[in-house]
Ligand binder design. Structure first.
Ligand SMILES: [Zn+2]
Length: 81
């Protein structure tokens, strides 16, 4: 599991639909990588805000936009490291 993979699997992880092996891998990475922990925390909070204001699951287009935004952010971060 690397940072890119974490970002890729992030929405599935937060939705709780990731299989257990993958989730264990992802959590192991999170325990070692502060950057990914911050991204996961931020995304989780964002989703909670959405869920609190909307009694329905996050719409697919919103999930996609969030995912795209995170990927962009990740790419920018990767360049500056
Ligand atoms: Zn990472």
């Amino acid at each position: 599991m690397n940072c890119k993979k974490v970002i890729h699997e992030l929405t599935a992880y937060l939705d709780g639909v990731l299989d257990s092996e993958m989730r264990a891998d992802l959590e192991l990475h999170l325990s070692r990588c502060t950057d990914c922990r911050v991204v996961v925390d931020t995304t989780r909070k964002t989703i909670q805000i959405f869920c609190n204001s909307e009694p329905v699951p996050l719409p697919e287009d919103v999930r996609q936009r969030l995912h795209t935004a995170l990927m962009d952010r990740f790419r920018r971060n990767a360049k500056t490291i």
